[in-house]
Design a protein around this ligand. Structure first.
Ligand SMILES: [Zn+2]
Length: 359
């Protein structure tokens, strides 16, 4: 698929060796690639200037680690985040196995979606990747190695907040390669069930990144909060409005889930827990609409398994990890429904404009 610079770009003037050179927009990327191979200092400076007005890929500045527990496995796990080269993507590594196994964070590697998104390669799994993936999408991080000493990403406080803190502590690092976005050109929808039970999720063309989500849990504690939320990252900060929304569960389901090998690490420290009527966490909710905000957090993480930041609007009703994964796969399978694009800084959609300045 061809890469396009942007719509309606302008020519740019750059001075090199005392001469002013006009670079037509469609040549920017090509100039970067051509000049970097020559090795001339003047030309390298020229190349730097050429790419410096593109939106660039990102990794982290230094390696960081933390420890926690898996929400479903209940096992202790250490997670280490390491910088990765341009165009690496996000790659998980199971370093506890006799031979380390590498699992790229890709939608076609997802093997199980019951209560979490699970990457699978043969018998080797990395479970519950969605909250970390959501934080990476929120900070615009393209390339990262993630080492794990067990099969599940630690749940931390049940949100993406701890990962945001960890990643920002590591520092964000721009890399001299244009960032690729996946721009949706045609609407793609997936659906399950009929009538009032219908669940669906859709991606539509949109010049930015926005998400709308509706939930219906028929539970008094959830129904008393907003069942619908909408965010548009041209105006809303991921860190402020989404990152701290925690996962949630019901006491009535705990026994059945634990018998199925799920929720074994769940507690009031890493989830909103409800009995039949109310929230049991003594501190209450972090956002008035924390439940639906967490569903948006999950969707951002699940969609980042597409491998690129999306230029699209996501609209969903009662979707979950399974439907989100189906949507990602359906989009990637229909090649005329999307294209990869790069952007000049001054011509990019305003998405994530608040959070991406923290580098
Ligand atoms: Zn979640």
């Amino acid at each position: 698929m061809a890469e396009r610079a942007t719509d309606s770009p302008k020519p740019t003037e750059i001075s090199c060796c005392g001469q002013v050179v006009v670079i037509l927009p469609e040549r920017r990327l090509q100039y970067g690639i051509v000049f970097v191979s020559t090795g001339c200092a003047c030309v390298l400076a020229f190349q730097h200037k050429t790419t410096s007005f593109m939106l660039l890929q990102r990794t982290i500045q230094q390696t960081v680690s933390t420890k926690g527990v898996g929400l479903h496995s209940g096992r202790r796990v250490e997670i280490t985040l390491r910088p990765a080269a341009p165009d690496t993507g996000i790659v998980f590594h199971r370093i506890d196995l006799p031979e380390p196994v590498h699992l790229p964070a890709r939608a076609d590697q997802v093997g199980n979606t019951r209560l979490a998104s699970v990457l699978q390669q043969g018998d080797v799994r990395v479970s519950t990747v969605e909250h970390l993936m959501s934080a990476l999408a929120g900070l615009g991080i393209d390339n990262l190695h993630v080492d794990l000493t067990a099969e599940e990403v630690p749940i931390m406080d049940g949100s993406a907040g701890t990962f945001i803190y960890l990643l920002r502590s590591a520092g964000l690092q721009e890399q001299p390669v244009p960032k690729k976005f996946l721009k949706v050109r045609k609407t793609i929808e997936v659906r399950e069930g009929e009538g009032a039970d219908a669940k669906w999720a859709r991606l539509e063309p949109y010049d930015g990144f926005a998400l709308s989500f509706g939930i219906d849990f028929s539970h008094p504690a959830i129904d008393s909060t907003a069942n619908f939320a909408e965010v548009d990252f041209a105006r809303d900060s991921y860190i402020k409005t989404i990152a701290r929304a925690r996962t949630f569960g019901f006491v009535s389901e705990v026994e059945a889930l634990r018998a199925a090998g799920l929720a074994r690490g769940g507690s009031l420290d890493n989830a909103i827990v409800m009995d039949e009527y109310r929230v049991l966490n003594t501190d209450g909710l972090r956002y008035d609409d924390e439940f639906v905000k967490h569903k948006i957090l999950d969707a951002i993480g699940d969609l980042y398994l597409i491998g690129y930041p999306l230029v699209a609007r996501y609209v969903a009703c009662k979707s979950g990890h399974g439907l989100n994964n189906q949507l990602a796969r359906a989009l990637l399978a229909q090649q005329d429904a999307w294209e990869l694009v790069t952007y000049a800084v001054d011509e990019a959609p305003k998405s994530f404009s608040y959070d991406w300045k923290f580098a």
